[in-house]
Design a protein around this ligand. Structure first.
Ligand SMILES: CC(C)(COP(=O)(O)OP(=O)(O)OC[C@H]1O[C@@H](n2cnc3c(N)ncnc32)[C@H](O)[C@@H]1OP(=O)(O)O)[C@@H](O)C(=O)NCCC(=O)NCCS
Length: 166
C-alpha cells in the first residue's frame, strides 16, 4: 500500500516501494559519484522504510532520500551513546531542482527517523556542495567537523548534524 506523506504542487512525497529501486538507482547514477549495490538499497528499505522516501511527478520518480540508523557516540553530548539516523543519500533530478522538493524530502525523513526514536540525524556532504550545505543549514543542521579526504577523489566532507528534543 502506498504511504503518501506530502504533496508540493504536482509532486507527491511518499515512502519508497521495492518497485521504485531501479528508478532510484538511475537517479543516483545521474546525480552523484557515490553508488551502491542493489543489496544495499534493498537493505536500507527493509531497515528504515520510514525514512526511505521518493518524490514522484506524474507517476515518475524524480528524487529520493534514504537513511539508516546506527548506535554510536553523540555529536552533541560528551561521552553520550545514542541512536543516530544517518542520511546515506539524497538527490533530485536536475530539471526538478529549486522547487522545494529536496527540502520536503529532508523534512519528512527527519520525521521518519524520529518515529524510530533517534536522538540525532547526521550526514556527510562534500565541502564544495554549496546547494546541499545551504539546504541542510536551512533545516537546522550544523557543521560539526571537517572530515579530511573523506571521498575517494580526496575531497573533504563536512559532517553535519541535528539533535532532536522529544
Ligand atoms: C541538494 C539537492 C538535493 C537540493 O534539492 P532541491 O530540490 O533543488 O532543493 P530545494 O528546492 O528544496 O532547496 C532548498 C534550499 O536549499 C538551498 N539550495 C538548493 N539549491 C540551491 C542552489 N542551487 N544554490 C543555492 N542554494 C540552494 C536553498 O537554501 C534552498 O532554499 P530556497 O529555494 O528557499 O533558497 C539537489 O541540488 C541535488 O539533488 N543535488 C545533487 C545531489 C546532491 O548533491 N545530494 C546531496 C548529497 S549530500
Amino acid at each position: 500500500m502506498q504511504v503518501i506523506l506530502r504533496q508540493i504542487g504536482d509532486c507527491v512525497i511518499r515512502r519508497c516501494e521495492a518497485s521504485d529501486l531501479i528508478s532510484i538507482m538511475e537517479i543516483n547514477m545521474k546525480t552523484l559519484p557515490e553508488h551502491y549495490s542493489d543489496y544495499f538499497y534493498e537493505s536500507l528499505l527493509a531497515e528504515l522504510p520510514e525514512a526511505f522516501l521518493v518524490a514522484e511527478i506524474g507517476g515518475r520518480v524524480i528524487g529520493y532520500i534514504m537513511c539508516k540508523t546506527e548506535y554510536g557516540f553523540s555529536n552533541f553530548k560528551k561521552l553520550g551513546f545514542v541512536k543516530k539516523g544517518h542520511v546515506v543519500s539524497v538527490a533530485i533530478l536536475d530539471e526538478h531542482r529549486r522547487k522545494g522538493i529536496g527540502r520536503t524530502l529532508v523534512e519528512e525523513s527527519l520525521k521518519g527517523v524520529q518515529i524510530k526514536k533517534c536522538d540525532e540525524l547526521y550526514l556527510e556532504v562534500r565541502c564544495s556542495n554549496n546547494e546541499a550545505v545551504r539546504l541542510y543549514e536551512k533545516m537546522g543542521f550544523i557543521i560539526k567537523q571537517r572530515l579530511k579526504s573523506y571521498y575517494r577523489d580526496g575531497e573533504d566532507a563536512y559532517l553535519m548534524t541535528i539533535e532532536f528534543t522529544y
